[in-house]
Design a protein around this ligand. Sequence first.
Ligand code: FAD
Length: 675
Amino acid sequence: MPCVVRVAMPSGLISATGGVTDQSTTSRIRSRFKRSSHTNRSNLWNMQLLRHLWSLPLLAAAQLALAEIDIQNINSISQEYDYIIIGGGPAGLTLANRLTEDPHVQVLVLEAGASRPNDPLIDIPGFLGSTVGNSSYDWLFETVPQIHANNNTFIMNRGKVLGGSTAINFMAWGRPALNEIDAIGALGNPGWTGENLFKYMRKAETFMRPSPTYALENNLTFIPSAHGTSGPLHNSFSKFISDAQRPWLSALEALGVRKIEDALAGEDVGAWMAPAAIDGTSVTRSYAASAYFVPVSGRTNLNVVTGAEATRIVVQNGAAQGSMAAATAVEFRMGSERLSVRVKPGAEVILSAGTIKTPQLLELSGIGDPVILQGFGIDTKVALPGVGEGIIDQVFFGVSYELKNDSIITLDDLRDPTFLADAFAEYETNKTGILTLGVTGFALLPLQTIVGSSKTAVKMIDAQAAKIAKGNYTAAQKEKWSVIIEGLRAPRKRGLIEIVAFPGFFTSASAPQPGKKYLTFTGNLHFPFSTGSIHIASGNPLVQPSIDPRYYEQEFDIQVLVEALKFLRRLGKTGGFKDLFEAEVDPGVEVQTDEEIIDYIKNHGGPEYHTVGSAAMLPREKGGVVSPELKVYGTSNIRVVDYSILPIQISAHPMSTLYGISEKAADIIRGIVTV
Ligand SMILES: Cc1cc2nc3c(=O)[nH]c(=O)nc-3n(C[C@H](O)[C@H](O)[C@H](O)COP(=O)(O)OP(=O)(O)OC[C@H]3O[C@@H](n4cnc5c(N)ncnc54)[C@H](O)[C@@H]3O)c2cc1C
């Protein structure tokens, strides 16, 4: 067996702790941020969006940071693991942490990406988004051309690094309504209730309260009992709130959107100021690797191997013999080496490779739809047609405004290398300034608010319900959609569109102008009806799967987004925003008719990075892949624990829910709870 890499904790390019930054350090920082050698990877939508957000010098700095990252060879993989976890993202590392609390349990984690401790582009909150699109951190998956989205292809960004997408994401910390989890339970998943899962979400987190003065000045409210106080994952309110978003709550109130005390307490329809996954003490990103791995990295019963890409689970027996199929080995690659680790009797393999890679690995292992598997010469070990089917992906678009007042600080300032260097020095010295920023202004709106009329909303809902009733869909599909319809009919209990105030230029049709400042509103469709699939495109594990979310196949989705864009334009003309904005930049006033708006959204909107459903937790006869215990049907020792198990979408950003799912899964696996 080869040597195994265990991640070391080098000092890194930039210390994450505070301290005095002297003059020579500041000049070094300045010159670093002035260098530029980054070349743009793609002209696809997401890439344009992020290219506008982040300057070339910053991305060059990322390359310098990479050179400093270290991985050490420490020991060898043994053959005696109780759990082999594929994927060192939020789910994989939560499980690894909890399962190794028992010193007699041996755990191996295989992570395809590298470990990047003390990487400033991950750790410094205000650099959010800077690693998205950089192949050293990002898988850069691509969809197939989307026929209902002007045939556009979209990049599906996902973290390829220890910590998974939590290392590269935007850190928004939210939770769905309690009743949404109850609805997932009612689809055939006993034991999955809102109350129960919220308990696990709180277990995962430590919430840092803001000081009473800061809370009062910035309208930050919270209900203490809704938050965890001793979990590994830290969250807090942003220490920097741009003046560009000050009118958020009052302008929304003028449009009939009430402020809610705390969107994490089980009801999330309304407007709020949100915390982010930022450790309020160190003022660094709190993510799966820093929260769940680093504190326990010294455990001798935990072996986390980075740069190790799992390629197949070797599965024996199966339906043909009438017995349960069982994993006997996991094959993986490290560089050009092909390796394998045995699954000892009684041990388990847990797939936590994320919504895109988990179904691919199942299919490569002979678990999936026999027709698809045969097409690639793969023997069927478990016939499970639900694998990779029924995926639902949230989508979003932006409306950007140029600010009248160029002295307001926004993320746009970071495109200026001198400002960036100063901001960096301020962050290093005091842990203050724009580089401490997390996105704060959120609201979740029901259709009734978006269209401004209950009657119109009900008409749209009725039309969609009738279309579904008449359509040639399976009963299981109709049942899932009925949950969304039910939500749409209960505007106080369930929202449909989330809107966010992003303090900077975050649209892709135009480019930001030097010296100008912007605020972007995003409109995010959190319950799309359009449903697609992810399947292998080759028997070669290194060929990425075919991802087809079928964006806007259900016309209702695009109709709602058109209405959302109109709502955001109304918001831009309301209250304090009216005086703040010089002009709408994207889509721009020339885009007026519904057809023009549709084109704008299809060409300049895209994935919100929250895909669910590729290994759905549902009864097997309803297309389910895993049971409520998260066991893959037809197998004795394979589970899936990641975001792919959600059978329908939720109204919130995934992280809190996913950590909660993973905490609960750890208790199920350890036998602490039964479902
Ligand atoms: C750009 C972006 C912004 C986002 N913003 C937010 C936000 O603000 N708030 C929020 O709550 N959520 C956000 N999300 C979503 C959130 O981060 C993800 O939903 C969540 O991390 C998904 O977790 P997961 O375990 O399913 O998969 P991932 O986080 O993708 O983890 C999977 C891990 O498995 C590894 N892996 C995959 N295949 C293999 C293999 N074959 N062998 C070994 N390892 C493998 C991957 O490298 C990765 O580390 C964002 C996501 C992205 C990409």
